[in-house]
Design a protein around this ligand. Structure first.
Ligand SMILES: O=c1ccn([C@H]2C[C@H](O)[C@@H](COP(=O)(O)OP(=O)(O)OP(=O)(O)O)O2)c(=O)[nH]1
Ligand SMILES: [Mg+2]
Length: 143
C-alpha cells in the first residue's frame, strides 16, 4: 500500500525498524527538551503529513519500552488518523509514571500502524440475534 507523505520534520523519513515491524516509529519533532511531570500530558508534533488511501486508517500506538520503564503512554489510548486528514500527525503523550520524564528532540515516542477497516451500514432493528453470551460481559465469565 502506498501512502503519500510530506516530511516537514528535521529528520529523515521514519521507517520500519525491522523487517517484521508492524509500526513505523515516530520521532518528536520539537525544538528542545520537554519535561513531562507525572500525570501531565502534551501534544508532540511529528512534522509528518500523510494522505492515506480510502479504506485505511493509521493508528498511533505507544511504545512498550516507554510505557513499562517510564509510564509514558498515549492519553487517547490509540490515536486514529483518518484517511481524509491532511494536518500534521501529532502524538498525545501522558506520563502515568511517578517521576518526570524528559522528551528529547528526535526521540521515538510512538509508532504508526496502517490498518484496513470496514465502514458499517447501521440497520435499525427491534431485536438482535440470540447468542450463548447474550448480555454477559465485563468479566461475567470469571477471571
Ligand atoms: O493521536 C492522534 C489522534 C488524531 N490525530 C489527528 C488525525 C485525525 O484524523 C484527527 C482527528 O482525530 P479524532 O477523530 O480522534 O479526534 P476528534 O476529537 O474526534 O476530532 P475531529 O472532530 O477533528 O475528528 O486528528 C492525530 O494527529 N493524532
Ligand atoms: Mg473525530
Amino acid at each position: 500500500m502506498k501512502v503519500n507523505v510530506i516530511n516537514k520534520s528535521q529528520f529523515e523519513l521514519p521507517k520500519y525498524e525491522t523487517e517484521g515491524s508492524a509500526g513505523i516509529d515516530l520521532q518528536a519533532n520539537i525544538d528542545g527538551p520537554i519535561e513531562l511531570k507525572p500525570f501531565d500530558r502534551t501534544l508532540i508534533p511529528t512534522g509528518l503529513f500523510i494522505s492515506i488511501p480510502k479504506g485505511f486508517e493509521a493508528q498511533i500506538r505507544g511504545r512498550s519500552g516507554l510505557a513499562l520503564n517510564h509510564g509514558i503512554t498515549l492519553a487517547n489510548g490509540i490515536g486514529t488518523i483518518d484517511s481524509d486528514y491532511r494536518g500534521e500527525i501529532k502524538v498525545i503523550l501522558i506520563n502515568l509514571g511517578k517521576e518526570s520524564y524528559t522528551i528529547n528532540i528526535g526521540d521515538r515516542i510512538a509508532q504508526m500502524v496502517f490498518i484496513k477497516y470496514e465502514k458499517a451500514d447501521l440497520i435499525v432493528t427491534d431485536e438482535l440475534d440470540k447468542t450463548a453470551r447474550g448480555k454477559g460481559g465485563f468479566g461475567h465469565s470469571g477471571y
